[in-house]
Design a protein around this ligand. Structure first.
Ligand code: SAH
Length: 235
């Protein structure tokens, strides 16, 4: 059984043609990308490293990491976003960047311990069994390597901001983009990370100001948040 929800994949395929339009439904991903890219690069120094981006979609993060000199493989199970990602990389002439349609669990079986850095952003809240993806990410990374996750917290404020605010009031995202029950509390994510034998290094919040329409990294993990982990050198 593959750990994916066909309806979730279809949602992203239907919108794939808009992926690189910074004013489209993907505006939030375009806006947060420089913030998360700098944070990842500061911690893991990605230049020259082998990086896998799990749930890469149209390739906003994957391509930006390749532009910083990393060798990047982007994987996803939605075909149209992957095609958009491939085409964009080709047109932009970005080297060191490949895309594949393969599940995280399958890649972990095929290439265990092969990557210096694993990124898995805004994806876990769309998957039936997030802990299995986290375990796969842990299996893919080399001892001493870095794994980064980001997702949405589950509490009344995140319901208000991520669903009512983003989908209904501000219309930043299409209605139905997110399902509240799939949001993940930091304590739940931390437990799965521990069970996968990764060490948590840092949690960061991603705050949105609806007045300035700007995001910033902060200590407030109540809505969007990111976590950096490392695989211990000695297990
Ligand atoms: N990580 C990218 C895209 C986030 S959108 C970014 O942050 O810029 C969520 C992505 O997760 C979509 O591309 C969707 O197709 C993908 N996805 C959802 N379920 C998946 C699964 N089970 N396996 C792989 N990718 C999945």
């Amino acid at each position: 059984m593959i750990n994916a929800d066909p309806q979730e994949l279809a949602k992203f395929s239907d919108l794939a043609h808009k992926w690189w339009d910074p004013e489209s439904e993907f505006r939030p991903l375009h806006q947060i990308n420089p913030l998360r890219l700098d944070w990842i690069d500061q911690l893991a120094s990605i230049k020259g490293k082998n990086v896998v981006d799990v749930g890469c979609g149209g390739g906003i993060l994957a391509e930006s990491m390749a532009r910083r000199g990393a060798n990047v493989l982007g994987i996803d199970l939605a075909d149209k976003p992957l095609k958009v990602a491939q085409l964009h990389a080709m047109e932009a002439g970005v080297a060191n960047l490949d895309y594949r349609s393969i599940a995280a669990e399958a890649l972990a079986n095929e290439q265990p311990g092969q990557f210096d850095v694993v990124t898995c952003m805004e994806m876990l809240e769309h998957v039936p069994d997030p802990s299995s993806v986290i375990q796969a990410c842990a299996d893919m990374v080399k001892p001493g390597g870095w794994v980064f996750f980001s997702t949405l917290n589950r509490n009344p404020k995140s319901y208000l901001f991520a669903i009512v605010g983003a989908e209904y009031l501000l219309k930043l995202l299409p209605k139905g983009t997110h399902e509240f029950s799939r949001f993940i509390r930091p304590a739940e994510l931390a437990r799965w990370i521990r069970e996968a034998r990764l060490d948590t290094v840092q949690f960061k919040g991603l705050e949105y100001n609806p007045l300035t329409r700007l995001y910033k990294l902060s200590g407030d993990t109540s809505v969007n948040y990111l976590v950096a982990c490392r695989k211990p050198i000695t297990p």
